[in-house]
Design a protein around this ligand. Structure first.
Ligand code: PMH
Length: 395
């Protein structure tokens, strides 16, 4: 079924396998059982995969809540027709709480001052609130049980607020050593016990990210916030060997040769002339560059062409780079920067390791100039080209 095709006019694109996203969620659901809700984390444009498309797939696969970082992302999902519950994980300004209530978007709250400022919210609609407790991440959340108690009671007492959730976030759930995790978990158990001793009903209690869901399925209370594993990536390198089910990578990155030529021994390539050919060789130009998120630091990397690995030569430019061709190859031949060709794969983890970073960062860094093509059961079902979408909105 073709959902929507917004055209693109460049030969560089991301492919997102919605089938793999769907299967990763189904496998997590099966692994955790029906008493654990899936909160699909689609912040940062679904870690670069495309928020609306992933959100729709997640819902189809049984996720019951979506989570984003900021209110703007939540509003974009509503604008895109998503009617399911959405939770904003970051801080929302008190003056924007009315907009959240009007769009039935749940907010994270943990400051008494925030509650004071929104006390007389100018809306008839209740605002759904998830209260956050800081058990050791030291990013967001009430720091003490006393603070948490006062906040929970204040939310409970105001008829404009509806206490929907209580949560925390772990700093080390993906690390083999569990000492810090255990401490955070115990603190959260204390918080849950304290809230229940006040006879406050909280429908959704959640603490786990992907790593927690995969490693500690009995420590999730009644929901898991599933991010990286939904995209088929392991939360850490350490965890790759202990995954309870296979994660299927959804993101791949492709381009096509725009120019092919032979250079002579002694000729150099690209800015700074850092590479000089020792013998005559065939060179291909690839229309992807650091402005697309293919950073200059990847200038020593390889790509795949006709099922073979071949190196990038010279410096990556803003919009293009050059590669060695094993032989003369036709213009238009596919080049795979992330993904598979025949028996070879360049994984997101490989690129992350080259850049001394984590896999989370890689799909996020591939920018808006690169259209996303959505694949379901080996067929293209949707194409999203943000650049031309923006133009359309402005018309
Ligand atoms: N919950 C919160 C509060 C988060 O910040 C994140 C990810 C998740 C759940 C999902 O975690 P997962 O992708 O490991 O499953 N947040 C971030 C972050 O801020 N930087 O990297 C990941």
């Amino acid at each position: 079924m073709i959902l929507a095709l917004s055209p693109f006019y460049r030969d560089t694109w991301v492919e997102v396998s919605l089938t793999n996203v769907y299967e990763n969620i189904c496998n997590m659901r099966e692994y955790l059982g029906s008493s654990t809700r899936i909160i699909a984390v689609v912040k940062a444009n679904a870690y670069g995969h495309g928020d609306l498309e992933v959100a729709k797939t997640a819902i189809k696969a049984g996720a019951s809540v979506l989570a984003v970082a900021i209110l703007d992302e939540a509003l974009a999902l509503r604008k895109g027709g998503i009617a399911e519950p959405i939770l904003v994980l970051g801080v929302t300004r008190p003056e924007d709480a009315v907009i959240a209530a009007e769009h039935n978007i749940s907010l994270t709250v943990f400051q008494e001052d925030w509650l004071q400022k929104t006390k007389g919210l100018q809306t008839e609609l209740p605002l759904n609130i998830h209260v956050k407790y800081d058990t050791g991440m030291n990013r967001l959340g009430a720091k003490t049980l006393d603070e948490l108690r006062r906040i929970a009671l204040a939310v409970q007492e105001n008829p404009l607020f509806s206490l929907e959730g209580l949560y925390t976030h772990f700093a080390t759930a993906d690390e083999i050593d569990t000492i810090y995790f255990d401490k955070q978990y115990s603190k959260f158990v204390e918080a849950v016990d304290m809230i229940s001793s006040l006879s406050i009903e909280v429908p959704i209690i959640h603490c786990g990210n992907s790593a927690t869901g995969l490693r500690f399925p009995t420590k999730l209370f009644n929901a898991v916030r599933m991010g990286i594993s939904m995209y088929g990536l392991s939360p850490s390198i350490e965890m790759k060997n202990i995954l309870p089910f296979e994660l299927k990578e959804a993101f791949s990155l492709h381009s096509r040769l725009t120019h092919v030529k032979e250079i002579k021994a002694g000729e150099s390539i690209s800015y700074g002339a850092t590479y000089t050919a020792e013998r005559n060789e065939w060179i291909g130009t690839v229309p992807m560059g650091y402005a697309d998120g293919w950073f200059r630091r990847l200038s020593n990397r390889e790509v795949l062409i006709n099922g073979e690995r071949t190196p990038i030569l010279g410096r990556i430019c803003m919009d293009q780079f050059m590669i060695r061709l094993p032989r003369e190859v036709e213009i238009g031949t596919r080049v795979t920067l992330i993904g598979s060709q025949l028996n070879h794969t360049i994984s997101i983890d490989e690129i992350a390791s080259e850049l001394h970073t984590i896999n989370y960062e890689i799909p996020c860094m591939i920018g808006n100039r690169v259209p996303r093509v959505y694949i379901e059961n080996n067929c293209i079902v949707e194409v999203n080209n943000p650049i031309l979408q923006f133009v359309k909105q402005d018309e």
